[in-house]
Design a binder for this molecule. Sequence first.
Ligand code: M6R
Length: 607
Amino acid sequence: MCGIIGIVGKEAVSDRLVDGLKRMEYRGYDSAGVCTVENSQLIRRRAEGKLFNLVNVLKSDDAPGHTGIAHTRWATHGAPTTSNAHPHATGEVALVHNGIIENFKPLRDELIKRGRQFESETDTEVVAHLVSEQVEDGKSPEEAVQAVLPQLRGAFALAIAFRSHPGLLIGARLGSPLVVGYGDGETYLGSDALALAPLTQQISYLEEGDWVVVTEDGATIYDNQNKAVEREVTTSGVSAATIEKGQYRHYMQKEIFEQPTVVAQTLQSYIRPLEQQVALPQMGFDLESIKRITIVACGTSYYAGMVAKYWFETFARVPVDLDVASEFRYREPVLEPGGLALFISQSGETADTLAALRHSKENDQKIAVVVNVPTSSMAREADLLLPTHAGPEIGVASTKAFSCQLAVLAALAAHLAVVKGKMSREEEMDVVRHLTEAPAALNAALAYDEAIADMAHLVAPARDVLYLGRGPDYPLALEGALKLKEISYIHAEGYASGEMKHGPIALIDEAVPVIVLAPSGPLFEKTVSNMQEVRARGGKIVLISDADGLAEAGEGCMATIEMPRVHPLIAPLVYAVPVQLLAYHVAVAKGTDVDQPRNLAKSVTVE
Ligand code: M6R
């Protein structure tokens, strides 16, 4: 996805636009650009690559003006070059866009037939030309935007500046988030409250189909019928300070170390330690009647869902279907009316997951959402909102959101088991006790940071790495492989440890490190047997287990990573820490860009 920001103010805006982009760089960092309006001129500066390239351009060639828009890009249509960088402009208008204009091709063909000349390969540029045509025909900015919006298919958040109207911006949203911020004699547009954090805390969230006229005096919001509407002004809790790196070298490192605190914060909303009860928010439907759960998510959130499947089925004996969101709708899933569809997302904006949510809603499913951004699209469309309280996650690799998702999902599974009469009072008390132990166990796991840093050089030179786990630790193996791939660019695969012998074992040789996740517990012996099969074929093993597990099976391993001894319920939370730290230290050893790995964006708002 991309990040957009706009300011209509009384003072120069370009520095503040760039500052806003810095806070949104996690949304995309292929190129960046700004455009201001000054003396009836559009002044545009763009640069490919990271934001500092744009900062350098502006150092030698500033963009003066009190009105402006800016963009940080994650490329969809067209390579990450300067000519494809936003803002896209004609003589009359400049605009920035987050999303995809799906019907850009026929629109572009028509525009070319009408003599318009394009300078980029993007889908976005058609919108600039369409609005420009209207303005050139003598329409006001409002009339121009009203005429163009119905022609666009797909998803968009737009901010548009007009050469002849300094002091005015128009924003529009459909499928991609856009907020309006209210300042003192200034008004803002932004992809999220985070972008506007140092400017204002007073925020309105636009609804689907809304468009907005922004001046320094405030904003007038219209719905998709062009009727002026009021949207609530809320005070955003996001402060600029919560998104600083502090003492840490990278956001990812900071976020890994925040886990004991944020998991404890999250659990506060889901358990009552004194009463030793699981406590879920009020729901507008009868949970007891739920006969089947469909879990849908992407990436790391999907792996959290995979762990939850074990819990829902073991505790509550409710069957669970689990889908990667991008595949969900296309397999035409059978959704019995009244089923529970559960969506898991850090951002709450992932386009695949959001589309799956809407599909489920159309098919009479109750919608539960585990989400870290409580103002996100998914949160707004949920029947049951289950927020994680991880705080803003900036590193592209998801870490603290994952452990908080697991905390919420464990509580939800236990609650479902209780209401269904499948979990006794004693068992519920046990679950609460183990969950309460999680923050301390996470702290204990983090104490091995240095030991993990010391052995990262054993993995860093590898071309391929395998991760093995069994039961709820199998999704952790997948998560470990994903973390390593995305930030260190080493090819890695996660396997159910028992599945190795059905094919992947052929890959084993002394050049392929095999990371085995094997906490002591009912599945330990079996996982270790699979590990021995690897060792017998010359595989180099890194065993992650507790002191008992390492004493029993650690001998002969290339390296071992000790974890605290924990109950199997919280093992997936705790074992997330070593796989995160290992990926982190390998990436640092390789010198990759940990927080902004190549080709990625923090959340993906295109399908
Ligand atoms: O915001 P979401 O949780 O919906 O995002 C889903 C995935 O895009 C995300 O987990 C991605 O896989 C992360 N980069 C993994 O670290």
